[in-house]
Design a protein around this ligand. Structure first.
Ligand SMILES: [Zn+2]
Ligand SMILES: [Zn+2]
Length: 353
């Protein structure tokens, strides 16, 4: 398995972002991510997918889209679509039909920013996911950097502060989204969690202050999805695209907040009597299972079973827990950054059955 740093969910001038695909590639080189997945609103943009090279570096740009029903009032239910071979925005009127069409087109679907509060100061409305009867989607966007920004800017003064010091914004996924994920997992669903930036690189003008807030490069250094591909990327865009989407479909990934400290090399595995598995996989409980997490640096580590914290380790870079109890196990890690304990790593679960 190879760990690939993926930044996903971003917008260009083809929808409401300010940059071009070339700007995104440049920002990806600077930030050091391996793959970006661009998702403009309601348009599958052709002609930009592939490897981009600069000096001895290369990044893979994949193109998906973010689909929603533009006629709906109020606006809700944004769906991230990856790897579908065709334009699917025309199915947006019915979220379940859309999800089914994505699947039949060979694509993956993730409920975008499931809890996305209003930010009246910026005339931004609440665009949460509301149609929770849907089924057969791949997963949810557990941590959306832009939704989180909307939670911290009730006043102009706060907006100016965070525009100038964006590193202070992110602290963890919205708690309601985490609770929702645990609820879905406890009901027996397999729901893959990803982290998205929702980068727009918007130009903001407020009095004398005029700047690009949250440029692409900043986003690419913050909330990333670290994906474990079954083999090393080859440099062939078509082959590597499939490796990445296959890994995402299986939940072979975790969400890492790389700004506070690099999350690369985090591992969460389980060893059973006859099997050894990783995030996103299932393992039989019979005969006992040893769950193990390894972190690239010291943190507070929490092990959760069916949404409840069952063990906490402070100031550790590894931990171990043995169990014979079936359940959905996942790991969260927290680190202090800029004077505050912040979420750092959110693993996908291991399903002990
Ligand atoms: Zn959206
Ligand atoms: Zn978006």
């Amino acid at each position: 398995m190879q760990e690939v740093i993926v930044n996903l969910h971003m917008h260009t001038r083809y929808s409401d972002g300010s940059g071009r695909h070339q700007d995104i590639a440049k920002a990806a080189f600077a930030a050091g991510v391996d793959v970006v997945i661009v998702t403009d609103h309601n348009v599958l943009v052709n002609g930009f997918e592939g490897y981009y090279k600069e000096k001895n570096k290369k990044i893979l740009m994949l193109i998906g889209e973010e689909v929603h029903d533009q006629a709906r009032d109020p606006q809700k239910n944004h769906l991230l679509v990856f790897g579908a071979a065709r334009e699917l925005a025309s199915f947006a009127v019915d979220p379940q039909l859309l999800i089914d069409q994505v699947r039949s087109a060979g694509g993956l679907s993730f409920l975008a920013h499931p809890d996305d509060p209003a930010a009246p100061l910026f005339k931004e409305t609440d665009i949460s996911w509301v149609d929770w009867s849907v089924q057969n989607y791949t997963g949810i966007e557990l941590w959306n950097a832009l939704s989180e920004l909307k939670t911290v800017v009730p006043t102009k003064l706060q907006a100016i502060f965070y525009a100038l010091f964006p590193s202070f914004v992110a602290s963890q996924p919205i708690p309601a989204t985490l609770a929702r994920w645990d609820e879905l997992l406890s009901n027996g669903s397999r729901v893959v969690a990803i982290g998205g930036s929702d980068a727009h690189a918007l130009h903001m003008k407020m009095g004398l202050l005029s700047r690009v807030i949250f440029p692409y490069e900043f986003h690419f250094r913050t909330v990333n999805t670290h994906v474990f591909t079954s083999e090393a990327l080859s440099g062939d865009a078509n082959k590597d695209r499939k490796l990445i989407y296959d890994a995402l479909a299986e939940g072979h990934c975790f969400v890492g907040y790389d700004l506070s400290a690099p999350t690369k090399n985090f591992r969460f595995t389980a060893q059973g009597k006859d099997a050894s598995v990783s995030m996103g996989d299932e393992i039989p409980a019979k005969g006992g299972v040893t769950l193990q997490a390894k972190l690239p640096s010291m943190a507070e580590i929490r092990l959760l079973k069916d949404g409840q914290v069952i063990q906490t380790w402070k100031n550790k870079n590894s931990c171990m827990h043995t169990t014979t109890e079936p359940g959905v196990y996942r790991v969260e890690a927290y680190r202090t950054y800029l004077g505050k304990l912040r979420g750092w790593i959110y693993s996908n679960p291991i399903y002990v059955r």
